[in-house]
Design a protein around this ligand. Structure first.
Ligand code: NIG
Ligand code: FE
Length: 412
């Protein structure tokens, strides 16, 4: 017989329910249930409420109790909507060059950058990649991140990109944490491709994308629009073809060059990510669209650059999700909560805006409606912190980690 699981009591249970998808948020908008409890059955939330009341209601109905015997704040499992954690090698050399004053583009032109990781990732075996991806994903799960978007983009040929997407699929099936894959074969044109940029993109459309569809390896396509990567014109043609094949679109835009936002809005992308160089007109454009901006503070920290204008985006009425961009080059840290807290203090984001950016709004940026909020019918993914006041989570700037993480109602 299938059992209910009663989890609690929690000093505070933050549901993240009834929060609008867009615009600025006050902390008073957060729904906090004191002495909260949650009933989960077969991975999904059956009911959220007062622990004692739930005990009365469900206590005699074949219920297992997962008892919390010390103070704890629980929030929805965190969601990282932008990572590149399937790679081989290290870019410590790039980092040293950056410390010596070289820019991201200069380092790439000098033999470092994405091209360097492509060389290492191409020669790595699937089992080596599986091992490192597993380790990164499990580190994240222990830290309360229960859903992770993972991009390919470090092989940049048909065979290699399929290898990466297959590794992501395998690790997703193997681990309790959910990995959402995205094809980023349009990261840059690889050094060994003998044709033009347009020809490279065409080759992806003709050879790789049909195979991804056939094997059901991903429903999401990303492209990097920037100097040193692809132009807005090249991207538009590519993305339109991908859209016509039924893929969801995502764009790396406005990291160093403006322009990605307009393409994202024109084509109805799910999200446009980075945005460090975006201008005020682009903010207006985004506010009038359904495209969700994903800001990546880990990339600003890894490159020593400024943050994307999170405050301005929220004040203009945009949604805002936060990703770590965890990758070997621009964002080697891989700590979503720490990065969110630092973005918050520099951009003056409320705790509600920060927490929404890594739960409910992050879920929506991936098109997921089954998580990011603790309410009936959604997944029992949760992170429990050993404190009595939810504000301690952001206040500790990433040094406070969850002591218990639940994925689909099960302790990890
Ligand atoms: O999101 N800028 C483009 N792509 C990644 C970096 C990849 C790399 O440097 O390896 C990013 O920052
Ligand atoms: Fe990225």
């Amino acid at each position: 017989m299938i059992k209910n699981r009663l989890i609690g009591p929690f000093t505070q249970l933050l549901t993240m329910d009834n929060i609008p998808i867009s615009g600025s948020l006050k902390d008073s908008q957060l729904e906090i249930i004191p002495d909260g409890g949650i009933i989960v059955c077969e991975g999904k939330i059956v009911k959220v409420g007062n622990y004692d009341h739930l005990g009365d209601e469900f206590g005699d109905r074949n219920t297992v109790i997962d008892y919390i015997d010390s103070e704890m704040v629980v929030i929805p499992g965190m969601i990282d909507p932008h990572t590149h954690i399937c790679w081989a090698g290290s870019r410590a050399n790039d980092y040293a060059l950056r410390l010596a004053g070289k820019s991201y583009l200069e380092i790439a032109l000098g033999g470092g950058g994405i091209g360097d990781t492509v060389e290492k990732t191409r020669i790595a075996s699937a089992s080596e990649l599986e091992a490192s991806l597993t380790e990164r994903a499990m580190t994240y799960l222990r830290n309360g991140v229960t859903t992770i978007e993972v991009k390919s983009g470090y092989c940049l040929n048909t065979e290699g990109e399929l290898k990466l997407l297959e590794v992501i699929e395998k690790v997703n099936k193997k681990l309790p944490v959910d990995l959402i894959s995205t094809c980023l074969a349009a990261h840059i044109k690889p050094a060994d491709f003998k044709g033009s940029q347009t020809e490279y993109l065409k080759s992806i459309v003709n050879e790789l994308l049909p195979e991804i569809k056939k094997r059901n390896l991903s429903v999401r396509i990303d492209i990097y629009i920037d100097k040193g990567a692809f132009t807005t014109e090249e991207a538009e043609i590519y993305l339109l073809l991908a859209k016509n094949m039924g893929f969801d679109l995502v764009i790396h835009g406005d990291q160093f060059t403006e322009g990605g936002v307009a393409v994202a809005c024109k084509l109805g992308a799910r999200s446009v990510d980075h945005l460090e160089t975006m201008n005020d007109n682009e903010i207006k454009l985004l506010a009038a669209s359904n495209v969700i901006p994903i800001v990546l503070p880990g990339s600003s920290l890894g490159l020593g650059g400024h943050f994307a204008p999170a405050r301005k985006l929220l004040d203009a009425g945009c949604s805002l999700a936060i990703g770590s961009d965890w990758n070997p080059g621009s964002a080697p840290m891989g700590d979503l909560l720490l990065q969110t807290a630092l973005l918050g203090i520099f951009e003056k984001m409320t705790m509600a805006e920060s927490l929404a950016g890594i739960t409910f709004r992050a879920a929506r940026s991936l098109g997921l409606t089954d998580r990011g909020v603790l309410k009936m019918g959604l997944l029992g993914d949760m992170a429990g912190f050993p404190v009595g006041d939810y504000r301690e989570i952001i206040y500790h700037q990433g040094s406070l980690n969850p002591t218990v993480v639940w994925k689909r109602g099960q302790r990890q």
